[in-house]
Design a protein around this ligand. Structure first.
Ligand code: C5P
Length: 201
């Protein structure tokens, strides 16, 4: 019997850290689904057509080390509005969710589209200014040349594109537990998520 934890939320909400912590704590596999869209976006920026890139994505595409920056994030959210791109990535995500040891998937449409029957559904969010500040600190720590204003602008643009698209928009599933991390340290947010999963196991 597989056990799936589905986590959605906007950029820099804390969902990635929470997902990794849950996977480590419960011995489950973790898929950061944003990486799939980032990898497609990177291939499009390199001149390929988006739908073809999504249909032929390889593990090597996901291992590129330029996928973590703001340019890849922006490219990802532009290809993510294309329904055929989303459709091409669906089966991979659903089979990952059936891992025998259990799986944690995080993204934008995991609770709503990819794994609507997940045993645990979580929507992780925080105020845009707080998320932008976290992302800014993270990018500066990685040595990237960014400004606070630029990062906030990117976060807001990406929110608008992800929440406003017609296909699989970012929205809290009605049956997801909402975790607002605006006023929480990451340890507290992880503890709340661990508690939720422990009770469902
Ligand atoms: O989570 P991450 O910031 O890596 O996601 C990059 C972009 O990929 C998001 O802004 C969104 O447009 C897209 N995405 C998506 N559906 C997912 C995961 C990511 O549309 N499940």
């Amino acid at each position: 019997m597989s056990f799936t934890v589905a986590i959605d939320g906007p950029a820099a909400s804390g969902k990635g850290t929470i997902s990794r912590a849950l996977a480590a704590r419960f011995g489950m596999r973790h898929l950061d689904t944003g990486l799939l869209y980032r990898a497609v976006g990177a291939r499009v920026d390199a001149g390929e057509e988006a739908i073809a890139a999504a249909r032929t994505l390889t593990p090597e595409d996901l291992a590129r080390d330029d996928l973590r920056g703001p340019a890849a994030a922006s490219a990802a959210s532009r290809v993510a509005v294309i329904p055929e791109v989303r459709a091409a990535l669906l089966d991979f995500q659903r089979s990952f969710a059936r891992a025998p040891e259990g799986a944690v998937l995080d993204g934008r449409d995991i609770c709503t589209v990819i794994c609507p029957d997940a045993e645990v559904k979580l929507y992780v969010t925080a105020a845009p200014e707080i998320r932008a500040e976290r992302r800014y600190a993270e990018l500066v720590a990685r040595g990237m040349d960014v400004t606070r204003e630029g990062v906030l602008k990117d976060v807001l643009a990406r929110d608008a594109r992800d929440m406003g698209r017609a296909d699989a928009p970012l929205v809290a599933a009605p049956d997801a537990t909402v975790l607002d991390t605006s006023e929480m340290g990451i340890e507290e947010a992880v503890a709340a998520a661990v508690d939720l999963v422990a009770r469902a196991r």
